[in-house]
Design a protein around this ligand. Sequence first.
Ligand code: GLC
Length: 606
Amino acid sequence: MKKIIIPLLITLLLIISCRSGKSITGSERIIWDSQTPLEEVVAQMTLSEKIGQMTQAERSDIYISDISKYALGSILSGGGSVPSNNTQNGWTKMIGDFTEESLNTRAGIPVIYGIDAVHGHNNVLNAVITPHNIALGAIAAGDMEKGVQAAYNAAQITAQEMKATGIFWTFAPVLGIAEDVRWGRTYECYSEDVNIVTALGTSTVKGLQEGGVAACIKHYIGEGQTVNGRNQGNAVLDRNNIERLLIPYRAAIDAGAMSLMASFSSVNNIKMHEHKELLTDILKGELGFQGMILSDWAAIEQLSGRTYKAQIANAINAGIDMVMATNGREKWTGFIRNLHQLVEEGTVPMSRIDDAVIRILRFKQSAGILNMRSLRNLHGSSETHNALTEQTDTIGSNKNRQTARSIVSDSLVLLRNENNVVANLSSYKNILVTGQGADNIGMQCGGWTITWQGNLGPITKGTTILEGIREAVNGRANVSYNAQGKARGNFDAVIAVIGENPYAETQGDRSNDINIRHADADMLKDAYSYGCPVIVIMLSGRPMTIGDEYKNWDAFIAAWLPGTEGGGIADVLFGNRNFTGRTPYTWRKTINGDVLYPLGFGLTGK
Ligand code: GLC
């Protein structure tokens, strides 16, 4: 008899659990769909599930099972953190697995993957690397509408190549207004001009989100106003200053941005990550921001609390909703453990937790991530992610390269053109190209390219300036190359490429002048020795302090950090295009010295 009753009971349990959605592991599944008010979902979540959603861990700090065990809200790639197979399939496989794991939870809230795709999908090998924001600002400084369109087109390239790898959230754009070029993040900003930053930041948000990926506007607020331009330093601001800095944020939020990253920096000696007035009273209160605030990389460990637990309390109570708890597994597990205790002891009220979680779910809903639940039901678990990614070959397409190349051409700024020498370039028969930067994809791209800091050399697929010149000249003239500027023969002109080595964030900070590199200075001496016109092209993340050196140059072109499509430079030098870019930053001879070229300066050159 027993042999019949027990199996019957188990079958009966299975039928009941399937009908009611209750898993027989004892914990009830939350039953919800796209029509369920998010508040109802939050109301059914446990404290552990809520805190899990508030946790963002770096991909190298987790096991895949952690995602379901802790109901993690987000996983990220830090700069250069890539799957062993850094290809479209490698990425979609990794993120598809992460997504599946997150759906196998009681609440079934899909995890969202975030990455710094800040000038194209820049962690991915052979992706199209578009010009950094400073170059987009140069287009806008010459023609605002053209700059707005360029920012939109660049964002669309980024979105398309991100989706092809299954990623739907980028930590971009930067809305900082850089006011001291000693700051290592100057090139991540569009300009020193608030109108350019507002127009291009908004356009980038639209380009990304209309392209199907969510933006994350950053770094709120005052990052470009720190004393001496020190990264993560202190900005002394009154309410009028803050109102000016809020302008791009108001516009980007109106354009639909639903996630925002707080700045490492401080305002009036209060760290932004614990600045309740700016994060909650102003941003969430006065501006009515309905999205979620993400912390920056382990930034809460810089806060005033004497312990990690106290720092967590300060950050969450100030208004941080999701914490980028990086620098090791113990950081994100410690975040979860400590926040649990803080809520249980009443230091962090449950109302703050619920507010954070509803914002996170609202953001995931706006990003389309919650759709993965229904897609999973439609396509079955193995197909969830593929159904959402564009499996066509859109990494590094020729179409995207051509669009990026045109943006490069439009971003060039002609600062000096003695005797209209650039107009004569196409008539020359013997050209010497010099400088390490003339044949160096890594130097063209700058930081945040393949790795966090970037690297010199052939780091990914692209066209160097030299390759572009040879294509453009197409045998009509002899083009010689010597990186050090040493070559035999007589030349009609020398094209000398100088610039900065790649860097990102604090590694790019300078305490004083941003001088020409020694190797470039030595090369220039040789370039001058041929007695023919010298056309200097600068690859840099900011105006470099060149003193009076420019007086030796017959032409001087700022090319900023153009990315992989360096051929766009030759298209202007040897084509029939005018120089339409203008400098988006005031250019001084020395730091705080005389102005050499004012904001908005540039020549047309034809
Ligand atoms: C970095 C940067 C931030 C970036 C984040 C994740 O430290 O400050 O811009 O989005 O960490 O890589």
